[in-house]
Design a protein around this ligand. Sequence first.
Ligand code: ADP
Length: 290
Amino acid sequence: MRIAIFSRGPGLYSTRRLVAAATARGHAADVIDHALCSPFLAGRKSTLLHNGSPLELPDVAIPRIGANITTRGVSLIRQLDALSVPHTLSPDALLLARDKMSCLQVLAGAGIDVPRTVLCFSAWEARQVARRLGPFPVVVKLLESTHGVGVALAHNLHQLDRVVEGFLQLQDRVLIQEYIRESKGCDQRAFVVGDEIVAVMERRAAPGEFRANIHRGASAVRIELDDASQELVRFTARTIGVEIAGVDLIQSRRGPLVMEVNASPGLEGIEGATEVDIAGAIIRHAEQKI
Ligand code: ADP
């Protein structure tokens, strides 16, 4: 089978692992930079141009779309749909997962518990609503943050003003969220492939840090989720419509909350912490698409 892995970086850990897993299962794997792909609509001659020439279409595609190239990634996947190329990432699910507020709204609408969150468009609005989230600190987030970069704590109104004003220079809106103090700097990442949870890790923030991102120095260990949390993770992935996803949970006094869904989750941290062959699971899932 010919598998195309759409990725910006052939040298990235996740991409290398997917190529190795595909090759080990006897497939031909090509890494294609989607930043060089132009969807071309021309009736029955429609195709996907790569570097200006028609791409030989693969049997199945695994899109790995980085956070800074979502729009281009979505149009690539819609073109794969138009060309009837099976793939592993719904464009609508990708869009939903990339907007933290829309994602939480859809989850909350499905009855899933999420942190108490408000969307604000100005520092004035943030000041007005912050007190509804309980005592300070509160968490301020950019809607499209990754690796914890656009996530900050504000301990008082003055800090809230400064953080919100800074974030509003980058985007026109921010999230203000209750701080889940009882999580003590830990969260859980469940890796979903198809309808299965293939690996779970617990991440613990580095000393003096509240963000449990591995890119922020967090440590990670393999854990098992109880049955209720497993069902929560599977229902979350189904609700957003993702087949391959990282679902992040945070433990609060009122039970596990879904914090976010990552539609192109990295493999390095979780394969390292759990020693599960996640790349192999993704390739086996892709095989079932045709
Ligand atoms: P990113 O998508 O940039 O990783 P997240 O929303 O996942 O941003 O937040 C990064 C980290 O910050 C989380 O993994 C978690 O450890 C911590 N965090 C985020 N929101 C909260 C919150 N409401 N309460 C406590 N910790 C939080």
